[in-house]
Structure formats: C-alpha cells, structure tokens
Write a protein that binds this ligand. Structure first.
Ligand code: NI
Length: 163
C-alpha cells in the first residue's frame, strides 16, 4: 500500500470523464487500497479515483467519521433521485480549506459493483447520499464548486460564523 498524491483544482485530469472498470485486476485492487489509505490520511469522507490521477469509475465513501467502515462503489450509477432536495455544506480534498453549499437530492438509489465485482442496488439518504453524489460528479469531471450557487467560503470564516 502506498499514499497517492491528491490532484488539486486546476489540474485538468479532474475535468475528464473516467472510464468504466471492466475487470478487477491487481492494479485496480491496489488502487482501491491506496485510495482508502490516502483518504484516511487526509481526513476525507469520500474520494474518487480521478482525484489520485486515475480515470477509472471508482469511488470510496466513509459516511461515519466514528467508524472505520469504507464503502466502495465501482461503475456507480444513480438510478433514482428524490424530488426532495437538501442544501448543505460540502468540502473536497481537491479544493482544500474551502466549503460551499450545494443542493442535492435527499434520497438516491445507486447501482454499482462492489469490491468482488458483484452488482448491487441500494438506497441511500442524507449525508451518505450527498457524498456518493459528490464523488460520482468527480467521475464526470464535475466539481462541487460548479454546483455551488453562492460561491465558496474559507473554512476559517465558516467556523467564525458558527460561533
Ligand atoms: Ni471532492
């Protein structure tokens, strides 16, 4: 296992569309392990493969900070989205130190493959759904700042507001 370098906003690879994963070879398995290690080290709750410079449709999600559990979605597709939307703050390891409010569906259904390349379809809500949508956007070259109508603010200013 090894840590990978997180690509930052401005790097053109973040604007490219990632390719479907056809089979899980050794390289892909190592990539997923490295993504987990890198996300944990950086303190993120989600990471998409293009963020480490590899254009494959793989995302990982850690929905609960208190737990070590990390979920892997290979070739994820959003098959259903609720009409109900929620606006909430997001951040991104590729745009460090910043946050912004994004409106996203409250509930989604996702079809994807797991780390054994077994297909599954499941419903997610709230924060878990938000992270999945944020990471799936990365696979299509979209950054959350593109969806952030009010613009980004510095995390330090956000913390001041909360006090
Ligand atoms: Ni991100």
């Amino acid at each position: 296992m090894s840590l990978r370098v997180i690509r930052k906003d401005g790097d053109e690879i973040l604007r490219k569309r990632s390719k479907e994963v056809k089979e899980l070879n050794e390289k892909t398995i190592e990539l997923i392990k490295d993504m987990k290690e890198t996300m944990n080290k950086e303190g993120g709750c989600g990471l998409a493969s293009p963020q480490v410079g590899i254009l494959k449709r793989i995302i990982i999600v850690k929905p609960d900070e208190e737990k070590d559990e990390i979920f892997t979605f290979i070739n994820p597709q959003i098959t259903k989205s609720s009409e109900e939307m929620i606006e909430s703050f997001e951040g991104c390891l590729s745009i460090p130190g910043m946050s912004g409010e994004v409106s996203r569906p409250k509930n989604i259904t996702v079809k994807a493959y797991n780390e054994q390349m077994v297909q599954f379809e499941q419903e997610y809500e709230d924060f878990f759904a938000r992270i999945i949508l944020h990471e799936v956007d990365h696979l299509d070259g979209i950054l959350y700042k593109d969806r952030c109508k009010k613009g980004l603010i510095k995390n330090e200013d956000l913390e001041k507001d909360e006090k």
